[in-house]
Unconditional design. Structure first.
Length: 426
């Protein structure tokens, strides 16, 4: 099912290809048209595209307080309890990321430091058509609320043109979302970016979506902030003979069932583990509801690599820079120092990536397609602005003045030098 590759083949066929945020030109063209139309015409064009893409325009775009209250009656108590416990873990983890404004130098006549200020309004995109993801609500909204964002606005498509999935509304309440709107797709991103008569414009848009949503986010970036342009989901597993092939196979399948472009990789020093894992993949896929999707991803987009030692495994993984990395080795904590590039790391035989997706606390919005080489998962930092400040007294400026003038003169910026010199005139 999963092709076996040598180190050389893996390097040539996987590492040499840039899979990341390559957006389809036709999709981009569609997104450009929709965004321009909504930017110019507001609600009229917004409703036009809701009807075109979703079939029907909801009577009221904003989810009402009554609808939000009713959603709690429509979701099972045990599910609500699980969401609340997950939220507690996510909130506890991200609380440690909160930083305060601080002075960095207060010696003598010089004061400098950094202000931490929350973004004022953030939009969260949550898929909600054929599937819905309450975990995405929690992961995106909770860090924003902890950062002190004044207003968190959520958009998600209505089902049958009228109501959103009740579980998404409940998750939004648990996470602290202020407003929810029944819109999705390119039109939702456009409305958030530029505002309409009904939808408030935001300062940053975060959250996952399909190729059309990704294209729209890429086009509005610069007018608003975005979290990232996410590619297909991926996992890499480093395992030795101590790993359980049933566990390894289950974790590969868990990633592969996302979609046919999902990527799953196993790097192992054990030929026996490799063989048994392939056997387990056949067994476990046989009764999987999303079997065709998982098997396509495992066959076409994934691979196993038999490495000569763990050094080679970590070298290849650091080149891959996967979204998720599982280390199924004896004493996994001792290998943390070998990890250079990964979105999130899962250590040991009893830490499946699914724990991170739903419950444990670390964020599941992570860099994909090798972008973990230079970026990080979603955090409280994504919802704050850092503004530096500086104060010099007259005496402090006099002491620094000649150095500033020298550098400004070298750069042939006489106005800069003069701005200092004017303050030195007696």
């Amino acid at each position: 099912m999963m092709p076996e590759m040598s180190k050389e083949t893996f390097t040539e066929t996987v590492l040499s290809k840039k899979t990341g945020s390559q957006l389809d030109s036709e999709i981009l063209d569609v997104a450009k048209q929709v965004i321009a139309d909504i930017r110019s015409n507001g609600d009229a064009s917004l409703n036009k595209y809701i009807e075109k893409f979703d079939g029907v325009v909801p009577k009221q775009l904003q989810v009402t307080n009554e609808e939000r209250k009713q959603a709690w009656e429509d979701v099972a108590d045990e599910t609500i309890d699980s969401l609340q416990k997950a939220a507690e873990n996510i909130r506890s983890f991200h609380q440690q990321q909160v930083q305060s404004s601080r002075f960095m130098n207060t010696e003598g006549d010089i004061v400098s430091g950094q202000l931490y200020r929350p973004i004022e309004r953030v939009g969260i995109y949550v898929p909600g058509g054929t599937a819905c993801y309450p975990s995405s609500v929690l992961m995106n909204a909770i860090p924003a609320v902890l950062a002190g964002v004044e207003e968190v606005v959520m958009v998600t498509p209505a089902r049958n043109g009228e109501a959103i999935a009740p579980i998404l509304s409940v998750a939004a309440d648990i996470a602290g979302v202020d407003k929810i709107y029944k819109i999705g797709g390119i039109q939702a991103v456009a409305a958030l970016a530029y505002g309409t008569e009904t939808i408030p414009a935001v300062d940053k848009i975060v959250g996952p979506g399909n190729a059309y949503v990704a294209a729209a986010k890429s086009l509005v970036f610069g007018d608003v902030g975005i979290d990232m342009i996410a590619g297909p989901s991926e996992v890499a597993i480093i395992a030795d003979e101590s790993a359980n092939p049933s566990f390894v196979a289950a974790d590969l399948i868990a990633q592969a069932e996302h979609d046919t472009n999902a990527r799953a990789f196993l790097f192992t020093t054990s030929q026996q583990l490799l063989k048994q894992t392939i056997e387990q993949l056949e067994i476990q896929c046989a009764n999987l509801p999303r079997r065709e999707i998982a098997e396509a991803a495992l066959t076409e987009k994934s691979a196993t690599v038999l490495v000569k030692d763990l050094e080679e495994a970590f070298y290849l993984v650091n080149q891959l820079a996967p979204e998720h990395l599982e280390i199924q080795l004896t004493d996994p904590l001792s290998y943390l120092g070998k990890i250079k590039n990964a979105g999130s790391v899962f250590l040991g035989h009893y830490t499946p990536e699914a724990l991170g997706d739903y419950y444990a606390g670390p964020n599941h919005v992570l860099p994909t397609s090798g972008t973990a080489r230079f970026s990080s998962g979603l955090s409280v930092d994504d919802f704050v602005k850092k503004t530096t400040f500086l104060y010099y007294s007259n005496q402090a400026l006099e002491q620094a003045s000649q150095h500033v003038i020298n550098i400004a003169t070298e750069e042939q910026l006489a106005g800069h030098a003069r701005a200092v010199e004017k303050r030195l005139d007696k």
